[in-house]
Write a protein of this length. Structure first.
Length: 84
């Protein structure tokens, strides 16, 4: 069918290693903006993002052509960008 539309909604939870409280409130909002930018650059829709000092919840609308594993891999690369 030419007029078929599909949307997949997923919740992804990232926990900080050993559940340590590493996410500081001073830069938490900037981190969320950065992650949202990665999701949008992969042409997906960030519906909600929130968390606390030891984990983050993402609620994302995915196109059926997007592989969740590829998107999560790109988001998880943040730690390597920040720690350098």
């Amino acid at each position: 069918m030419a007029d078929t539309f599909s949307q997949i909604y997923v919740q992804i939870v990232f926990a900080v290693r050993n559940r340590n409280a590493f996410i500081q409130t001073e830069w938490e909002e900037r981190l969320y903006q950065y992650i949202t930018g990665i999701v949008r650059n992969h042409e997906q829709k960030m519906i909600a993002i929130n968390g606390i000092s030891n984990h983050i919840h993402l609620f994302i609308g995915l196109k059926p052509t997007c592989r969740i594993s590829d998107l999560v891999r790109e988001i998880k690369k943040i730690k390597y960008r920040i720690c350098k």
